[in-house]
Design a protein around this ligand. Sequence first.
Ligand code: TRP
Ligand code: ZN
Length: 868
Amino acid sequence: MAQTPQAKYRKDYKQPSHTITDIELTFDLHDTATTVTAVSYVKQLGDETTLVLDGEGLTLEALKVDGADWSDYTADESSLEIRELPAQCELTIVTLINPEANTALEGLYKSGGAFCTQCEAEGFRRITYYLDRPDVLAKYTTTVIADKETYPFLLSNGNRIEEGLADNGRHWVKWQDPHPKPCYLFALVAGDFDVRRDQYQTKSGRNVALEVFVDKGNLERANHAMVSLINAMKWDEERFDLEYDLDIYMVVAVDFFNMGAMENKGLNVFNSKYVLANDQTATDGDYLGIESVIGHEYFHNWTGNRVTCRDWFQLSLKEGLTVFRDQEFSSDLGSRAVNRINNVRVIRGPQFAEDSSPMSHPIRPEKVIEMNNFYTVTVYEKGSEVIRMMHTLLGEAAFQKGMKLYFERHDGTAATCEDFVAAMEDASGVDLKQFRLWYSQSGTPTLTVQSQYDAQAKTYSLTVEQVTEPTHEQKDKQPLHIPFDIELYAADGTVIELQRNGKSVHNVLDVKEAKQTFVFDNVAEQPIPSLLREFSAPVKLEYEYSDEELTFLMVHARNEFARWDAGQMLLAKYIRSNVIKVQNGQAVELPETVVDAFRGVLLSDELEPAFVAEMLALPGHNEVSGWYKCVDVDAIATVLHAMKVQLATELEDEFSATYHTLKQAEYTIDHAAIGQRALRNSCLGYLAFTEQGNPLVKAQYQAANNMTDTMAAMSAANNAKLTCRAEIMADYSEKWAHDGLVMDKWFILQGTNPAENALQTIKETMNHEAFSLKNPNRTRSLIGSFFNNNPVNFHAKSGEGYRFAGEILRELNSSNPQVASRLIDPLLKFRRYDEARQALIKKELETLKAMDNLARDLFEKVTKALEA
Ligand code: TRP
Ligand code: ZN
């Protein structure tokens, strides 16, 4: 490596020496040589007269101060130092960049035929030299010049204020954004698109033009994104009293994008995966994903853009809060229980795994080498759980008062996580002093609960102990303030009111100490406790439930989430005990009572189909792996497979009856219909493991009139290794080879193929006409799914899965380090496997570490993982 990358620390935050109040940008767009002229109004803030700007991969063409050439400067690989500047001046910088050679997809690049930008977190420095930090807020005026025929649409942030023709068939458009913003929210797009137009009238009566730009020919696939956008605008007015603040809102879908989408002011750029959908190309899951990401980016307009982050350590200020808002949006529009279940799966799976990995970090990290590495499930999803806990502690009304105060204090500025908590505290009067630890402490607390019933005194006590194990980067842990939501049930299913000294007690207990006992009185009989209701804190719960108590809660808990969670705990007990059995060479067993509990769920006519489908889903291999210090990949896979087969066999009649009852004549995408398909396809997934599986799956594939049913059949064939798999896969690939986005579903099935020769097939699939390692969606679908969701083949004892990973990562290290750095995650956890596998993975990490062009993204992760 040329230079060892340097870490930055949160504690070292310093205000900038200068600020930039206004900037006029001119882009003369050409594929390989684009000229960027930046005229900035620079103001000195303290005594420092030297201005150091960030810049990467730029060719400096000219530098002027107040219109005159300036020579007192030095430029190196990552910065431009300009000395002896006047306290206020107009700084002109001309740089030359090559968008076509930009495969990292940061800064200005080409996606298909269009120019587009991605500036978060630190991509603006690849466009021009600038103070590339979120606490410098400027007003932007942007002129875009390009060939008129190839690039009829020239877009940037704010309002279009002028346009005209230029020489050589070129034209230009000038945009002005009245809202000061940090440069990470800058965006530019130039291309030829179909545009879906609509409008929205805000509740104060202003009209907003809505425009969704998609590749030519895709217009009818943009409808759901538009509907979702309108729903999001309306929801934010109703629930948060927040209105949109410009006359136009644009969304552009591009095929080459490192993440999901980006909230640039007034001009969101989206991964086309989160825009394009129709019933032939998208599954119900895709529709819901679009709704949630469209919502997420829209909600950033207030939580992220109007109030932005002071520095990148504060990322969760905007991301945790905006994820909370998008989760609430989806829950208000659809099923709250199903949304909660899926959000909790993400915490218990990938987030707990990250917390116990070498990359563990608090939701507000203390130390960063490459910021792109901190757009994590911890900052986003655990960050959202932290906001949700405050919401639980304050209640909706006080939480909304806190939001109002937060905007009153910080609108138009760059704020910190502390500012947010302070606003919540001040608006509600709730003491959040100890609660703040959630921002600085990493790791997953375990709550161990013990109960005692005193029949004589009629008291019931819960003793709660909290322990957070040391994490990779932080050894000492303190007790957290944990909102612990509980309920007690009598044997007849009624709720026992919580009382203490004759007074009723709130059902959310404040756990604050390492060990604490809560006593309730007037408890007439031995109760059954429902604990950590709604997953009221991102913790692991340990309580010795009997099977009877869990099957009781599966039926009697008032709240759907609690019923689901009881089902999960019951399954967990038998997954654990069967893993031990398999390790001792014994057969997997599931008692009749457990099978019957799930039969009851399936036959219930009170429960919503979407919820029943969730109840029937076994925890995944990754989530189960997280329960173990040393992961036995094959034993876990054997157990999950055997349990699925046993449930399928014993409940075959019920699955079959439900499957046939839920047949739909017509395809609609309302929540009720989505729920019915979910349950029907969950039945199909089980039935695939029975005798009737092959003909049934094949028939569904052939009869399907929508992508949800098509994919369900194809996945069932894949998971159960049915003989019809090959035929179905071939048919699909022939039909959709021209459409990369639709092929992604097929690539995922190749990646997760449980068959023994899967890796060989994957290598051949890399030659498929629709595949390209340059496209992040294709790469994540085929390669990412193999690394993360094909446990048995990826962790093959031969080491071939790891060697393949090494090859791919070395290639992506040069072309797209951000994508490489996301893909490497499963390898970082090498210490959790047996010694032979550890050695094989370690070898790949060491080979990477020795590369002389190792990107900082991979450098940070590889060095952390290899540290003892
Ligand atoms: N702010 C974006 C979001 O959460 C995330 C994002 C999009 C991003 N593209 C990125 C982050 C590129 C880092 C790099 O909606
Ligand atoms: Zn976001």
